[in-house]
Design a protein around this ligand. Structure first.
Ligand SMILES: C[S@@+](CC[C@H](N)C(=O)[O-])C[C@H]1O[C@@H](n2cnc3c(N)ncnc32)[C@H](O)[C@@H]1O
Length: 185
């Protein structure tokens, strides 16, 4: 069976029925859009047990981040500032190996704190199962020394695994319940 691709916003998945999917996976997208809370609410298109797994750039990468280098140009530390500042900003960058004539990337950024990510997810009703901050391997850093800072000083990614609990069956109100306790004086 082929894959059906649909183009829509992760803040509006109304075209999919609730519980239509086994799992929801988002990779490198949630940090690029506003309205994280409706995005999480829309994950109800996952079945019970389905997990939204997000991979935004981390809470440790807010506006005005930067590396401190030693005399050899090796990254020795990372500056983190404005962590709690909710202001949106626009990042402009070029990949180091891109041709000179390549246009720069212009990307809106919606930095969030770790607690905002986690509390929005759990506030939506998901149960947090696991957090990971994956880092490049030692072998990868040897082959790509410019990436070593993401192994030694700061996390580039935040991975979140959460589950939607099974819904409790509605209680049958027609059944007689236990007699209410009565008090007499
Ligand atoms: C850094 S790119 C990553 C693309 C891809 N996931 C990857 O790993 O190569 C972030 C993507 O998020 C998309 N995006 C931003 N807001 C979105 C939204 N509300 N709904 C769906 N995608 C969105 C952007 O259009 C962009 O393609």
């Amino acid at each position: 069976m082929g894959i059906r691709y649909a183009r829509t916003s992760y803040t509006d998945l109304a075209s999919f029925a609730d519980a239509a999917f086994d799992a929801v996976v988002s990779f490198m997208a949630l940090m690029d859009g506003p309205r994280f809370d409706p995005a999480m609410a829309e994950c109800c298109c996952a079945r019970a047990g389905g997990s939204p797994s997000a991979s935004p750039t981390p809470a440790s990468s807010p506006v005005a981040p930067g590396w401190i280098h030693d005399e050899q140009g090796v990254k020795v530390s990372r500056v983190v500032g404005h962590y709690f500042d909710p202001a949106r900003w626009v990042e402009r960058f070029r990949f180091a190996d891109a041709p000179a004539e390549a246009p720069e990337f212009v990307v809106p950024r919606f930095d969030r704190t770790l607690s905002e990510y986690v509390n929005t997810l759990t506030g939506t009703g998901f149960v947090l199962k696991r957090l990971e901050e994956p880092r490049p391997s030692e072998e990868y850093c040897q082959a790509h020394p410019g990436q070593r800072g993401w192994r030694e000083h700061a996390a580039l990614f935040l991975h979140v695994l959460a589950e939607k609990p099974a819904e409790k069956p509605a209680s049958d109100s027609s059944r007689p319940g236990p007699a209410s306790p009565t008090t007499s004086r």
